[in-house]
Structure formats: C-alpha cells, structure tokens
Ligand binder design. Sequence first.
Ligand SMILES: Nc1ncnc2c1ncn2[C@@H]1O[C@H](COP(=O)(O)OP(=O)(O)OP(=O)(O)O)[C@@H](O)[C@H]1O
Ligand SMILES: [Mg+2]
Length: 261
Amino acid sequence: MTMTAIPSQRPAQTLLEVRDLHIAYGKAEVVHGISMDVRAGEFVVILGRNGAGKSTLMHAISGLVPKRSGSVHFDGRDLSDAGPRDIVKAGIVQVLEGHRVFHTLSVEDNLLIGTYAVTPRGDRSKLDRIYTMFPELADRRHQMASRLSGGQQQILAVGQGVIGEPRLLILDEPSGGLAPIVIDRILAVASSLCQSGLAILLVEQLVEKALRNAHYGYVVETGRVVAAAFSGELREGDLLQRVYLGGAASVPLATSLEEQV
Ligand SMILES: Nc1ncnc2c1ncn2[C@@H]1O[C@H](COP(=O)(O)OP(=O)(O)OP(=O)(O)O)[C@@H](O)[C@H]1O
Ligand SMILES: [Mg+2]
C-alpha cells in the first residue's frame, strides 16, 4: 500500500467549517464546543476513545442529531439549521457505523437507493462508474446484500454513499468488525476517492492505519478537541499514546488549535 504524501500546509479553501459546536442528548451535553475544518481535497481523521463524542459530532454535521449551539458551514453555506435531506443535497454524505445496507435488496438496488436523495427515481446512469470503481460489486450486482461478506457490505455502503456524487464523504469507523486486509482495502478506497477530488472525513479507532491515509487529524477527548495536527505530527508525538493509554490529555500540540481549526 502506498503512503499518502503528507502536504506541508493545508489547502486554502475550506469546505466544511464547524465552529464551537455543542451537542446534547436531552440535558446531557456530550460535545462541548468543537471547532474543526475539512479543506478542499483533504482526508481528515477524527480520533478518540470510545464515547468521546465522535459519532455524535458526525451525526450533528449530517443533521441526524440536533445541535445545541454553534455553526456548520459547507462551501460557504450555513447548514447549522438544515435537515439531513438538505445536507445530503448540499453534498455531504455519511456512511454510518456498522456497514448498514439493506440485506433483503440486491447490490444494485442498494446502490440505486444511494441516488434517491439526489434524483427522485433511481438514476441508473451512475451505476457504471461505481462498478468500475468497485469491481467486487460489479461481479455481484444481482446478489442479495445479505450474501456479501462484511467487507463487501462495507464497500457497498461506501458505493451507496458516493453514487450520488457528494463533495464530502463521512465514514464512521468503517473498519468495525472487519479483517485487517479488508480494512486496508476500505482505507485505500477512501484514499483513492480523495485523490479523485472527494474530501473525506473519517472517524477511526485504528490510529496507525488511519493516520497513514489521512492528511490531517483531530483528537477528541470527552467532547473536546485536544489536538489538531498533520497526521505525520500526530504519529510522531506522544499525545495519542497519552489519550489512548488513559493519561489526561488536554494539551494541544505545538501546531496550535487557533492556527489550524
Ligand atoms: N442516542 C444517545 N442518547 C444518549 N446518549 C448518547 C446517545 N448516543 C451517544 N450517547 C452518549 O454520548 C457520548 C458520546 O457517544 P458517541 O457515540 O458520540 O461516541 P464515539 O466517540 O462515537 O464512541 P465509539 O468510539 O464507541 O463509537 C457517550 O457518552 C454516549 O454514551
Ligand atoms: Mg462512534
């Protein structure tokens, strides 16, 4: 697998801009003022332990959970109060945790569902692009999704996400429950989608694998960003070890948050 070239600075154009986002379930606030960016063409990873608030943050960006306060802009447009459908139409698609696809539908019908948000009827013209990108789906287009392996289902979930041609793809723990070789394939797919111009926002527990593919990373600890840096810097620093091995980590890396968010 080739390593992603590490750029020396972030692209100037901001695609996704999250500012001071607070998110609560009922009265319990679990995200306490997160700010983060995805720049045009970037592959950004969100790292953090179980329960840190990573999925909650992604769901709020996608409009699946309400935001208590703060803002989300996408390509300059204010999506802070937009619903999930408008957010998909604006170009943000999330592949949810647990490679969820419709088990009783064929591979092809699962892919067509991915086009409904953009066109009211399934748009078959987009299928060929997906089959070229993911030959394992082309070979199984008429099979029930339930007959696919876990890795193939995750590829199908990604295909379902990208068939509508979003501009930002959010992947929440695509590695979940999959074998290492399959995880490498999924991350390679994400990298190649990024190289073709799609911005990627990945949530991942597999720190080393994620940082090998991403350009930039944020570390989230109990609902706050505690570090933001290029993936190479995150790999070299000891902060991640402290976060994952239990030490309290509220010390941002030298590349300051003010500079980078
Ligand atoms: N629907 C919900 N209702 C109430 N609390 C929730 C809900 N979903 C998540 N939480 C709580 O919010 C906090 C953040 O959870 P979240 O799922 O965002 O974490 P995460 O970083 O994605 O964790 P993991 O790595 O395990 O997926 C946790 O304390 C969790 O228990
Ligand atoms: Mg999660």
